[in-house]
Design a binder for this molecule. Structure first.
Ligand code: HEM
Ligand code: HEM
Length: 185
């Protein structure tokens, strides 16, 4: 459903900002936890945090994609150059794709490698992939390059959003901010 005057609806905004916070924690945790020389306790805590929040992100992206499929984005302001509209679309598609690929690759890497995912194990959820070092290695590579890609696309996305909010002040930023849609968005 569209709302041309107020921008994105509240569920879309809550999902955007909830996931943004979790991704802003998950990505640095991922990069830090694989550093050599990190003490064991910190590394373990970061791994537990990363894997379990990552699985939560997988559930959230499925909800978000279902919501987005049934609630198209509001139309962009008229007068926005065509290349910018295309760039925004491309960036958003890339973000959605990476938000799906990353947790799946992480899950496969961990489960195929025979490692725990504490929250799922506590619920007795069985592994959905077979134990296989070769599969774990492929998933690890996908997860690694996906990590570089998502960090780059997020930088582009946040830069563009801030440019709209601070420099152009054309209303694109307030399509998504604040996290709850007000009367005037
Ligand atoms: C949106 C979700 C996720 C994002 C953005 C993300 C991001 C990252 C990043 C930035 C790294 C460091 C780069 C690397 O060494 O690969 C990493 C590593 C890792 N992530 Fe994730 N991750 C996500 C979900 C998950 C999930 C769901 C799991 C497992 C249940 C997981 C397991 C791992 C593991 C095990 C590593 C270490 C890779 C290695 O084996 O060296 N990740 N992740
Ligand atoms: C400070 C951080 C961020 C700011 C200021 C921001 C801002 C925005 C704004 C203003 C929009 C609406 C753009 C438009 O209407 O064309 C948007 C959309 C979007 N953002 Fe962000 N964002 C941030 C972080 C993130 C992060 C970390 C992710 C994902 C990892 C993300 C994913 C998305 C996606 C997928 C959309 C498209 C929504 C749709 O049309 O379905 N954002 N963001």
């Amino acid at each position: 459903m569209r709302d041309a005057t107020n921008g994105y609806r509240t569920p879309a905004r809550l999902l955007h900002w909830g996931m943004a916070i979790l991704v802003f924690a998950t990505v640095p945790a991922g990069f830090v936890m694989v550093q050599e020389g990190l003490d064991r306790a910190t590394q373990n805590a970061l791994f537990i945090f990363h894997k379990n929040v990552g699985v939560l992100l997988l559930l959230l992206i499925l909800v978000r994609l279902a919501y987005r499929a049934t609630h198209p984005a509001p139309p962009l302001p008229p007068g926005l150059p065509r290349w910018q509209a295309l760039a925004a679309r491309g960036t958003h598609v890339a973000l959605y794709a990476l938000l799906l690929v990353m947790p799946i690759a992480g899950y496969v890497r961990v489960r195929a490698g025979g490692f725990p995912i504490e929250a799922l194990d506590a619920m007795g959820a069985p592994s959905l992939v077979p134990r296989s070092d070769a599969l774990a290695e492929v998933a690890k590579t996908v997860h690694f390059y996906g990590a570089l890609a998502i960090a780059a696309v997020i930088a582009l996305h946040v830069g563009a959003a801030l440019q709209h909010g601070i420099v152009r002040k054309d209303g694109v930023f307030s399509r998504m901010w604040p996290p709850v849609a007000g009367r005037r968005g």
